[in-house]
Ligand binder design. Structure first.
Ligand code: GDP
Length: 338
């Protein structure tokens, strides 16, 4: 029987009737079942840090996860950019997190920086390819697959107070269709408050003008919509990293100590570190994982399958809706701040 015949013989039920149930059935426990399974499985999260050597990538990651990842200091003399991935198991209460930190070694250190983005793009694509190959196997094991796809790229911008460098623009442009980019202004203790506000605005303008799609915190889930919307207005987050504990009154705080005073990492008057941690880890980690799968991986998969000759009958080639929406949201923020 042809598929159109099958369709004709099926009873269409697009609007199922709503019925009330007379008593306890038990499917209300489904969310609990999901939670239990997730806890048993554990989670994985893969962060890519892009930024010049010495801009504060390792320090920020240590500060974010409140640990010391034993990263060695990188030299400035690498002939080209390399990516270094390291995986760690972390546990908080009974939740296990397999965290992979991928660092760009030698980024910005070469005289000719034209191709600096390429190893990063190749790395991201290679992780998508590995997942695609697993998916295409006859005997797949996606359930316990070690997912190495990058869920978020923290893009470190120098606190120059000027504008984005060509290297940053080019790299972000090449990455934005492959990964969720969260731009951060590094070493924000080296820029004044007034300069910072202007710098943030200028950066956002430049991102919009150059059509660079950064990740915006989602506002479609009403439980976090308000928080996420207000945090979008603070992008790019200006961060300070330090794992050093300094005495302040009768408590110890993470801070950077200078002859003229201390910069407290977790003080929202001093920098946006707490905002970044809250958004990245507490509120939107799952969305970042999901967007990686449904948006960036899907995009990669579609292109790859099309290259090999696959075609859907009614495939529409329109850009991913959320990226265009993101650009419009960004424009709105900039208008409001101007
Ligand atoms: P990476 O090469 O990008 O990983 O940079 P590191 O994290 O190794 O930091 C390089 C240097 O910058 C170290 O001396 C850090 O103490 C310093 N550093 C890191 N974060 C900050 C920051 O937020 N502000 C300032 N002023 N210095 C920082």
């Amino acid at each position: 029987m042809a598929s159109s015949d099958v369709a004709r013989h099926m009873i269409s039920d697009e609007n199922p009737r709503c019925l009330t149930i007379a008593g306890h059935v038990g499917f209300e426990s489904l969310p609990d079942q999901l939670v239990n399974r997730s806890i048993q499985q554990g989670f994985c999260f893969n962060i890519l840090c892009v930024g010049e050597t010495g801009i504060g990538k390792s320090t920020l990651i240590d500060t974010l996860f409140n640990t010391n990842f034993d990263s060695s200091v990188c030299s400035h003399f690498h002939p080209n950019v390399r990516l270094k991935a390291q995986t760690y198991e972390l546990q908080e209460s009974n939740v296990r997190l397999k965290l992979t930190i991928v660092n760009t070694v030698g980024f910005g250190d070469q005289i000719n920086k034209e191709d600096s983005y390429r190893p990063i793009v190749d790395y991201i694509d290679a992780q998508f390819e590995a997942y695609l190959q697993e998916e295409m196997k006859i005997k797949r094991s996606l359930f316990n697959y070690r997912d190495s796809r990058i869920h978020v790229c923290l893009y470190f911008i120098s606190p120059t107070g000027h504008s984005l460098k060509t290297l940053d623009l080019l790299t972000m442009k090449k990455l934005d269709s492959r990964v969720n980019i969260i731009p951060v202004i590094a070493k924000a203790d080296t820029i004044t408050k007034a300069e910072l506000q202007k710098f943030k605005l200028r950066l956002m303008n430049e991102l919009v003008t150059n059509g660079i799609q950064i990740y915006l915190f989602p506002t479609d889930d009403e439980t976090v919509a308000q928080l996420n919307a207000s945090m979008n207005g603070h992008l790019p987050f200006a961060v300070v990293g330090s794992t050093e504990e300094v005495r302040l009154g009768n408590k110890m705080v993470k801070a950077r100590q200078y002859p003229w005073g201390i910069v407290q990492v977790e003080n929202e008057n001093h920098c946006d570190f707490v905002k970044l941690r809250e958004m990245l880890i507490c509120t939107n980690m799952e969305d970042l994982r999901e967007q990686t799968h449904i948006r960036h991986y899907e995009n990669y998969r579609r292109c790859k399958l099309e290259e090999t000759g696959f075609k859907d009958a009614n495939l529409e080639k329109k850009p991913v809706k959320s990226s265009r929406q993101n650009l419009n949201i960004l424009k709105e923020f900039i208008k409001k701040k101007d």
